[in-house]
Design a protein around this ligand. Sequence first.
Ligand code: CFN
Length: 534
Amino acid sequence: MSMSEEMMGDMLEKYPEKVLKNRKKHITIVDTNQACQQIEANTRTIPGIITQRGCAYAGCKGVVVGPIKDMVHIVHGPIGCAFYAWGTRRNKARADDNTPPEKMFSTLCVSTDMQESDIVFGGEKKLAKMIDEVVEMFHPRAVSICATCPVGLIGDDLGAVAKAAQERHGIQVLSFNCEGYKGVSQSAGHHIANNNLMENVIGTGPERDPNDKYVINILGEYNIGGDGWEMERILGDIGYKVNCVLTGDTSYLEIKNLHQAHLNLVQCHRSINYIAEMMETKYGTPWLKVNFIGVEATKKSLREMALCFGDEELIRKTEEVIAREEARIMPVIEHYRKICQGKTAFAFVGGSRSHHYMHLLRDLGMEVVVAGYEFAHRDDYEGRQVIPTLKIDADSKNIPELHLSPDPEKFKDAHVHLNMSKEKFDELNKKVPLNYYEGMQPDMKDGEIMIDDCNHHELEKMVRALKPDLVFAGVRDKYYVQKLGVPAKQMHSYDYSGPYAGYNGALNFARDVANAITTPAWKLVTAPWEKQTQ
Ligand code: CFN
């Protein structure tokens, strides 16, 4: 029996039989001889287990809709739901040419503060009044209403209230039926938010300017700790025009113009794949899965993007920026790498970051020996092969159309308009192959553990048994891990640090990781419960 199997047995033995059977399906010991190991994911957490997941409301209001800065977001529900979705995610925003300071509302926490009488008699009137007040006081460009659990239970008709308010005020009022209990995690809320934005906002702005070149959106980037700003810096230097970042530091106006881009980049696939796919169907906008977390991952993403546009000048500029940035940061990274080399980590974050950060940790010579997501779906774990079918059109210098979809059938007609010879493209494509696996498992090694919806009991057992040097987790598991004497970093909001994306992000991250590993503080900790048994 391998060490991993032995530890798993010990970890699961506490469970009643039914729970054990269920949890086993959510845990995989990686065996690279098997082409695809299945893992159960995106299913209901067993009641009573201390899960780290959030709810549908968190996924809709907290993740996708909340960061839109020029809208006022009304939480229809008890004040607690509003308060806990306020300000904790560190999705940074600032005024810019599109959004003056008086149209910035992202720091507000607005709620109908439902009381017992609202539950008994209904909350629609209170909500309608609140919309009127908000419009009068703030003059936002649009308003959102997000439902919490009790609203669904008492049956308030959010859609009708929103429609009437829209007619009264002449601005868009979007209602999201994202009651917390919908689905099994925040993932359902992402989907609800994606559908509404696609149906009612995206594409309502003016048409694309035909003279614009290299226009892109970054979908699934929320500017946590300023990540999106660092990506925009790099992409701007290369010559891309970033049309919209969805939804980090973004405005309602920019989302209306989302259809103007030539290419959609998808940073967090889990929360935004729906919009990427719907835009591909509706507007023919190709999308490319990227990862700007990690030096190597950033380089790969930049090269793939340039290849999508099939433009020699862009490829030259891309290499120039990569060389410039690497020359600047690699000596410092090398210094930190000496400290981090050979250390092990656990990564257990949300629905995409665990995999993204594996790349950056590898840049530092570290290995992620246990990894998992809270609410990802099977494709985020298992990966899928992406086979681009290219039809080359060497004459046109128009917009690129390259589809990187897992379904080659769907894209038999996909094509790239090249601004270089076909031979040159083939040569580059050999170096940077535009087909790859995305997903966690193909990036893991034999004997490493992949675990879905890991709970308090399981993580504690694994930390005790495998003694990692560092754990990347959320705010709920950070502190008990530290009480076990192991440093833990909160990878949802980066504690108070960041950005961690791109080149400057890699520097910040390397410094923070090296600091965490070398501080002697955690080794001096005795957990309160250990003291009691002494
Ligand atoms: S910023 Fe994103 S990257 S959107 Fe998603 S799946 Fe959450 S809030 Mo926390 S950090 Fe996390 Fe991802 Fe996409 Fe953040 S890994 S859990 S719902 N997430």
